[in-house]
Ligand binder design. Structure first.
Ligand code: ZN
Length: 466
């Protein structure tokens, strides 16, 4: 079956292809840079990384835009407390975001765009909404009149028809005349940063930022818009209202949303003491690979229960994968090719691909890999796995890691263990004894790449870390 995703807009799983069949034009809501990102944010970004990688594997080019919200109430408040300009204040957290996402091996979107660098475009969009009757002013601010957009509620599947104009719904922290109407342009307040535009002095609301930047770089109809479920309402609902009021065209064909993350079955919160940034977990000695593995191990539409036991288990799973890779790279297998083993490898490739085509079912994809490891290790123990089977097995592992990206150790803590090094040295000695010097040199080089230096002495082989 073909690649398919659950589309929040239609509430069904639909086959996916990009509108031009070549490039996926995708927009994802990025960080609000007033703090370090926490693991709940990172779950969403990790889902988007798997999405990117899988679309790429399925032959698409990516044109992925992510915004950086660098003007917003908390940012303004915190910058004022620290006596810094917005730029000075947010630079630190933008750098931290880039560093943290790189540590987790999240591919960088093709474009990261800052709200503060697109203010004139936002003002122009609001003026166009004004001239087509979607807005009203109030005390220097401009609001979007939801009653004029009949499709309001179609993404969140909320029924707004029973709500009288003026009825209060807690949709946002913004001040508004009609509880459902949201702010497009916020009037200048004393002591706050502002921009002079034809709308008057002020700053944009959060929702208009995403609509304007998405359409500026990706066109009027995106292939995919993604984010966390908490953004469906009001943020994404409001993005649709603004964008479609501007263009009269569907804003995005597919809406993908990832579920929440809990920590030890509790909602993550600072007051409950279970609030973690990536930096907190690294400081506790956890590896980026184990954190990445745990974040991607649960399919994105299921709630993820992030636990310390889960992190340990993720580390163990990665070790099993690495041991298998080491065995493939260093063991001396009997000559020949076993067709049954080749079939088993092909079957694993198919199941891995089918799982990810199925709305990115990462849990199934991992299960396919670990069942393959179990079967193949047994075949190796029984000498059924032959030298001719190595290439396909390595191919599967490479395909797996192109998406999951957990095999490469990030740092000293995940270096080869002594047992792994000894196994490699034994394999090298065996190759030498069999006068297979090419193989012996290959093993030496592989160890060197992992920072292990071998010395041949008359008493045998010694090794040390670089
Ligand atoms: Zn957004």
């Amino acid at each position: 079956m073909a690649l398919r995703f659950y589309n929040t807009l239609t509430q069904s799983v639909e086959p996916f292809s990009s509108s031009d069949g070549k490039t996926v034009r995708m927009y994802t809501c990025g960080p609000t840079v007033y703090n370090y990102v926490h693991i709940g944010n990172l779950r969403t970004f990790a889902f988007q990384d798997i999405l990117r990688r899988w679309l790429h594997r399925r032959g698409y080019q990516l044109n992925h835009v992510m915004n950086i919200t660098d003007v917003e109430d908390k940012i303004i408040r915190n910058a004022a407390v620290e006596n810094k300009s917005l730029d000075e204040y947010t630079a630190k957290y933008i750098d931290a975001f880039l560093e943290d996402t790189a540590t987790l091996r999240l591919q960088r979107p093709e474009r990261l765009v800052k709200a503060t660098e697109h203010i004139p475009e936002m003002a122009a969009a609001i003026e166009r909404l004004e001239s087509s009757g979607y807005t009203y002013p109030s005390e220097g601010s401009v609001y979007f009149r939801i009653a004029n957009f009949p499709g309001y509620g179609k993404l969140s599947h909320n029924d707004f028809s029973g709500i009288r104009a003026g009825a209060r719904v807690d949709v946002d922290e913004y001040d508004k005349a009609d509880a459902r109407d949201f702010v497009l342009w916020k009037a200048r307040k004393n002591g706050e940063p502002y921009w002079d535009t034809p709308l008057g002095p002020g700053r944009p609301g959060w929702h208009i930022e995403c609509s304007v930047m998405a359409m500026e770089y990706l066109g009027e109809t995106l292939d995919i818009h993604a984010g966390g479920v908490d953004l469906i309402f009001p943020h994404h609902e409001n993005e649709i209202a603004q964008s479609e009021a501007l263009t009269g065209k569907p804003f995005a064909r597919f809406w993908l949303h990832s579920e929440h993350l809990n920590v030890e079955a509790q909602k993550m919160s600072k007051s409950a003491g279970n609030f973690f940034t990536l930096r907190d977990l690294l400081a506790q000695g956890h590896t980026p690979e184990a954190i990445r593995y745990l974040l991607i191990s649960v399919p994105y539409r299921k709630k993820l229960n992030f636990t310390m036991d889960g992190l340990q288990a993720a580390g163990t799973s990665i070790e099993r994968l690495r041991n298998f890779q080491l065995r493939l790279n260093t063991a001396k297998f009997p000559e020949g090719l076993n067709e049954k083993v080749e079939d088993r490898t092909r079957q694993a490739v198919e199941r891995f691909e089918e799982s990810l085509d199925d709305d990115l079912n990462t849990a199934e994809a991992l299960a396919a890999m670990f069942e393959y490891l179990r079967d193949t290790n047994s075949a190796m123990d029984a000498d059924e796995f032959r030298a001719g089977n190595v290439s396909a097995a390595k191919g599967l592992l490479a395909q797996f890691d192109e998406i999951m990206d957990v095999l490469r150790p990030s740092d000293a803590q995940s270096q080869l263990s002594e047992a792994e090094i000894e196994t490699s040295i034994e394999a090298r000695s065996a190759a030498k004894k069999a006068r297979d010097f090419g193989r012996a040199d290959e093993i030496r080089d592989q160890l060197l790449q992992k920072g292990i230096i071998l010395e041949d002495t008359k008493d045998g082989v010694r090794w040390k870390r670089k």
